[in-house]
Ligand binder design. Structure first.
Ligand code: PPE
Length: 297
């Protein structure tokens, strides 16, 4: 916290911190995996780049170099003696004065790490999950910037998630303000149709996911075509395969949407191939040829 190692129980802030009232935080989520060659953090540099991009959008000047920030992430994993874990760096407007203007408040940084298993249930990675199209849309352009991973954006995610769970689904996919496919409450969306992989472009109110980008690299490396394209809602229903990607969700197949069975209702062959290639890198089963892993030791 703010450059010091702080015990879990003492990592506290004041209730009048700006972030508590106005959602003024930016954050990241990373995973550290136990590979064959020791623990390693997945795409550390890209996550820190995105954090600094979020900071730029919200005029938050992070008082550390990217190198210092990355070293601190590695250190937090190391001192906690975690072999595999989820890592949450957060930068927030802290204590100072009340009122919307954030510029008079402190800017605080923290990095936490803890064990976090499968995000969407134990069987999700193999069997897939049940999804609904949310009645809530993603933010309209020029309202809340979707390219920033900001705390406030997750109020919308919470509405999507609560509605889905309330109605007996595992997750919700939101449309953008024009009615085109955007993303899940905490995941990007992909469809496979006739052997081609599609995903909405950044102009469809999505967070530019790092797992999403990893799919582009892995799929193209395997000779598959990936297109970023505006997608109508019904393209999900008639897809051969649908899957979600995210640091927490990893690569999760979707078995049905709004009660409509996707493809065979089981994890499809393209999803399985991508999943295997992805997890093989994370486990150190195949060489890290895209230079995605930062060793902890
Ligand atoms: N969209 C949203 C809205 C999102 O929150 C995430 C990550 C993604 C896409 C995928 O981005 P990436 O992780 O870079 O591939 N969601 C994070 C937070 C989840 C949470 O419940 O907290 C995550 O997966 O870490």
């Amino acid at each position: 916290m703010d450059g010091k190692l702080v015990d879990w129980k003492k990592a506290q802030i004041h209730v009048l911190s700006h972030v508590v009232h106005y959602g003024s935080s930016i954050f990241e989520g990373l995973r550290c995996y136990q590979t064959k060659n020791g623990s390693a953090i997945f795409r550390l540099e890209e996550h820190i780049d995105r954090l600094y991009d979020s900071g730029k959008i919200y005029r938050m000047e992070i008082p550390y170099t990217k190198k210092q920030f990355m070293d601190a992430v590695v250190k937090v994993v190391k001192v906690n003696k975690l072999k595999s874990c989820y890592i949450r760096p957060v930068v927030f407007r802290g204590y100072g004065t009340m009122g919307v203007n954030p510029l008079k408040n402190s800017l605080n940084c923290a990095i936490a790490a803890w064990s976090w298993g499968t995000y969407l249930g134990e069987e999700a990675l193999e069997k897939g999950i049940k999804v609904r199209i949310s009645s809530w849309h993603r933010q309209a352009p020029n309202t809340f910037p979707s390219l920033a991973k900001a705390g406030g954006n997750y109020l919308n995610s919470q509405l999507i998630k609560m509605e889905a769970l309330q109605d007996g689904f595992d997750e919700g996919i939101a449309l953008d303000s024009y009615g085109y496919v955007s993303e899940g409450s905490g995941e990007n969306v992909f469809i496979v149709k006739n052997g081609v992989i599609f995903t909405p472009p950044t102009s469809s109110a999505i967070l530019p996911g790092i797992t999403r980008h990893s799919m582009f690299v892995i799929a193209r490396d395997m000779g598959m075509e990936v297109r970023q394209q505006v997608l109508p809602r019904e393209s999900l229903y008639i897809a051969d395969e649908v899957f979600l990607t995210g640091t927490a969700a990893e690569l999760t197949p979707v078995s049905s949407i709004d009660g409509i069975v996707i493809g065979t209702g089981k994890r499809g062959p393209v999803t399985e191939k991508l999943q295997k290639a992805f997890f093989d890198i994370l486990k150190g089963e195949t060489p890290d040829r895209f230079d995605w892993l930062t060793p902890v030791e």
